[in-house]
Design a binder for this molecule. Structure first.
Ligand code: GFB
Length: 309
């Protein structure tokens, strides 16, 4: 990508898209195009076709998606499947039609089988059954990976796929029901501290293990791969380090300074027992994360507090 290349960031208002947009700005790219969802509905085939045929971007970061935590995934199963398939079908196909030089599709670690060996190597894709709570979302993301590879094989498109681990960062969603665990716990511990509550309720058993990557680190990795990687097949993006949900809760409790107890709500699902990314491919390519979990939690908590004001 040249500094004046025309680059479309789909999903620039979201946590991931906004981090990619900031990264590109910081690197001095001057020809960035974006469109808010009220002006361009990416689920609408005609609107996407019209937009890309007029704008003709050279590069596309496809970071637009319907996302959410374990309960949102399980509740809005139809929406997660339909909306994600529609968005990616439209953007990937029209990127081919309009001669985009390179496209990056962002997936998720939930594409791997629920009981795959750990850490998760890229080749474990489609070797077993998926976790049921997020099967619709995972099926859509797997379709996106296969679409990029198919368009490369049939039409020679340079479309690549990356699979980020669980993410957090600026512009996260702090909704108590629909968000992911990390932002939900930031909000729960902050509210408990402010109301002098005696306990915070953690969903599930607290034993599942998760890996967390700060969204700005993800953006850095996406930028790195967009500049250097031109192969089929997915690439994992993560830290290679995980912890239990209980330990995550204890860390957030410490960062926020809450003095009460944790209780566990077993009526809520645990989801996949563990999904730790194997990041050896990424490390061999020359990229490693910078922001560790404790540092990232402090940044995310500051961001949460600033959004409250
Ligand atoms: O982050 P999370 O919603 O999604 O939940 P997944 C991770 C773990 O944290 C689960 C527990 O075991 C939850 O039960 N947890 C504890 C909580 N307290 C809370 C809470 O207050 N809120 C939430 N949300 N969880 C999602 C997938 O899976 O991860 C998506 O459903 C996507 O498809 C995303 O892949 C990255 O890590 O289980």
């Amino acid at each position: 990508m040249e500094k004046n290349s025309k680059i479309y960031v789909a999903g620039h208002r979201g946590m991931v898209g906004s981090a990619i947009y900031r990264k590109l700005q910081k690197e001095g790219f001057t020809n960035l195009i974006t469109k808010t969802s009220d002006k361009l509905d990416l689920r609408n085939q005609q609107e996407v076709a019209d937009f890309l045929s007029v704008e003709k971007p050279e590069y596309v970061f496809l970071a637009a998606a319907k996302v959410g935590g374990i309960v949102a995934n399980n509740t809005y199963r139809a929406d997660f499947l339909y909306e994600n398939l529609a968005i990616q079908n439209n953007v990937i196909h029209q990127s081919y039609v309009n001669g985009v030089k390179k496209l990056m599709f962002l997936g998720s670690s939930c594409i791997y089988p629920k009981l795959a060996p750990q850490p998760l190597k890229e080749e474990y894709l489609l070797t077993g059954l998926l976790e049921d709570t997020n099967e619709p979302y995972a099926i859509a993301k797997i379709a996106g990976i296969k679409m990029c590879d198919a368009y490369r094989a049939q039409y020679g498109c340079n479309f690549i796929s990356v699979m980020p681990t669980n993410l957090y960062g600026y512009n996260d969603n702090y909704h108590l029901q629909n968000s992911h665990v990390l932002p939900a716990l930031i909000r729960k511990f902050d509210e408990a501290k402010k109301t002098n509550a005696t306990e915070v309720v953690i969903w599930g058993s607290g034993t599942p293990m998760r890996e967390f990557l700060f969204a700005d680190d993800l953006a850095d990795a996406c930028y790195f791969l967009m500049q250097t990687y031109n192969e089929p097949n997915l690439t994992n993006i993560g830290t290679g380090v995980d912890l239990t949900i209980k330990d995550l809760a204890l860390l957030i409790k410490e960062v926020i300074g809450f003095n009460g107890d944790l209780t566990f709500d077993s009526s809520k699902p645990d989801g996949t027992p563990r999904k730790l990314m194997d990041v050896s491919k990424l490390h061999a390519l020359g990229w490693k994360h910078q922001i560790d979990l404790k540092e990232g939690l402090k940044l995310a908590y500051q961001d949460y507090l600033s959004r409250e004001e």
